[in-house]
Design a protein around this ligand. Sequence first.
Ligand code: SF4
Ligand code: SF4
Length: 327
Amino acid sequence: MASKLEENPETRAVAPSKPLSPEGWIFDIKRFAVHDGPGIRTTIFLKGCSLRCRWCHNPESINTQPELMLHAQRCIDCGACLTVCPTGAHHRTERGERMFNRDLCDVCGRCVESCYAEALLMVGRMVSVEDVMVVVREDAPFYERSGGGVTLSGGEPLVQGDFTKALLAQCQAEGFHTAIDTSGQVAWSIINQVLPYLDLVLYDIKHISPDQHQRYTGASNRLILSNLRRLCGCGVPVEIRMPIIPTVNDSQETITSTARFLKSLNNITVVRLLPYHRLAGSKYQSLGMENTMPDVASPSASHMRQIAQWMSQYGLKVIIPEMGSDS
Ligand code: SF4
Ligand code: SF4
């Protein structure tokens, strides 16, 4: 399948080749979302990311290109995919075992259509702003009652900055509350161009140490922290989101350094701490990707409360999810 995306050296990410294109690559639309900003929301997940976090729970978002997911446990070995695949990516060994060679796949999608067991799934589709707005308008009554709206997430929605801008502008023109969930690992000019269309920014902080950030996400946090400082001077409300990854960023030293930095900024409404979970493991398998963090357990409820307390000592409003008590 031909791609409209190309490498953008400025951000190490992938950006659309057509300026102001009204189309973009998405991999999901979540309706009735309640964790992506205020009220009931429609969250649009865009493909492409400018970081490579080892703990990523949306590995299907990383690649900007559409890709095939194979859920092997659902396969009933009917052989339909072998019949339709023009490249031989689906094949059998001499012993009759069904195999999939991802390197041969040109993502034509024929096998997905033939697979009644839904073991094959295409992740990523190109949509127009209007395609998305059709869904958004259907959900509008729920926004009105709950104070909700539309959130663009990913991946990194600003990797497709022009599509994100066009979509946010349309949402704003139709009176919907708008938010993005961003890692901030993009040029400031890209953030600046979407700012006029945003009511809220959900901003991810992964690690306060540049070296540790580089180690665990593939990039230093210098651009991220400098963009956050600039953003916080622009008047838009900013909600900080920090995944808590045991042994990576959950020490008292790391948490208090993060809190000290955040305390120095304006317009931060809340710091939301998100406990790491291992639910994405099977997605890595389905995508043929290496799971780079298979052995890290989720933080306990008591540890999350401790981290929240370390942070709130700096005067920050900190939220952790309801986790019950440690067993
Ligand atoms: S998407 Fe097309 S090329 Fe890829 S495995 Fe399926 S049929 Fe073969
Ligand atoms: S079409 Fe689907 S169920 Fe049938 S062999 Fe291929 S992957 Fe398995």
